[in-house]
Design a binder for this molecule. Sequence first.
Ligand code: NDP
Length: 499
Amino acid sequence: MGTISLAQVDPRVASFLEKPRQMLINGKWVDAVSGKTFPTYDPSTGEVLATVAEGDRADIDLAVKAARKAFEGKWRKMSPSERGKLIWKLGDLIDAHVEEFAYLESLDNGKPLTIARAADVPLAAELFRYMAGWATKLEGNTIPLSVPYTPSAKYLSYTLREPVGVVGQIIPWNFPLLMAAWKLGPALATGCTVVLKPAEQTPLSALKLGELILEAGFPEGVVNIVPGYGETAGAALAAHMDVDKIAFTGSTEVGRLIVNAATGNLKRVSLELGGKSPNVVFKDADLDKAIPGAASAIFFNHGQCCCAGSRLYVEKSVFDQVVEGVADYAKKIKVGPGLDSATEMGPLVSLEQQNRVCSYLESGAAQGAKAAAGGHKVSGKGYFVEPTVLVDTRADMKVVQEEIFGPVVVAMPFSDPAELVPRANDNVYGLAAGIWTRDISKAHRMADQIAAGTVWINCYNIFDAALPFGGYKQSGWGREMGHEVLNNYTQTKAVCARI
Ligand code: NDP
């Protein structure tokens, strides 16, 4: 089967794309106060896919008001069990709409339909179901006191875990639905209310999710979805004086802006930012697994992953073999439109991203790096870039130090395992790392020494709603997923009663 045209997609998807999409505020679909809209593009052709209401400060104000009212009203009064049931239902509704989500995600972001169907959508559904269970388990402690200046008094002291309140969530375009789920799931489980701003490049799946949020029966104003641009809608949300917490995923540069914007009312901030993750192959690794593993660590999602294994360190005696293997893999990847069933890698998300990645390729070439595979954009329409393996790099090159966020890996040999850890840690980021070896002790010793929030051993890109994910160093603050994420959305109240 070849490329599917828009006319052939699921009719529900076609009709979703036909109408200008509105924003969700206080349980209603509404136009922007300004009446403005913006286009979202199909990155495999560069053509307009749909038009979307363009929210800005005025819409953010309305959405925050609705979220505040819901937080202080029905949502706060609902039992944890009722809340959990709604969140579970949302997960099930996503499962019931897998095809629509997979098409929207593929068309809006460019990723292969097969991947969206097998990974993005089911992971989002599972995330909601995992978080649904936490709604009834947010327990405090009882705490025995020994107050020295009231020696004969008795106290009953305990802690309560309460929701932080109205939460602003700003998400990126690389996993549009999944990032919405990572953010919404824990916020709803803890009893917060939300204003979500999806990325300008990929607003469609969040808006589809909004329809299911209404269908599931969440009270009005609990989730508000305001598409728009970062500099306007995003900045207004981050700075809003009635938002209690902001959760952000995206670039480190914008992460810094968010931190500054949050100072007005000292709102809480959690950040999931960039990465330049080391992936280490020792000579004793099972190379039949390590080579495809290293390739998929960088090429999955076209390298547009914050945790992409973009610095490949290979022990010298197997360096040539591993580089050749990863380069062969790169050359065989079928690059094409996401809807083509043969496609293994789609276009990058936007012209801007294609230009950004290509400027890194040019900088690498100018500084003396050689391409063992790829090295260029793909000519013709759409924002395609060849899967690329760079060798002959030096530690100070931009391609080695900076996040490229495209299908580009730099492969570097090492001889002495003792010098490896400082090299692997020689980066401002600390999001993830990979280790490939048959020596269990070596793997765990190294996992201990690597400064990263996630370390994968003999695997890569394994995600589960129960496994916390987040960064050391400039890769972020706080964790997504697992029970750790609940800390982002709760605050502790200590209650002390003399009895
Ligand atoms: P951004 O950090 O600009 O975008 C992430 C989100 O932040 C989007 O919703 C964006 O809105 C919003 N935003 C942008 N500016 C502001 C602002 N001033 N205040 C509040 N929100 C804002 O990422 P880009 O799309 O520009 O990608 C640039 C680089 O960022 C990539 O090359 C990659 O290195 C990194 N990145 C990292 C991601 C990760 O998962 N950690 C994900 C995406 C990118 P809008 O898009 O609507 O303008």
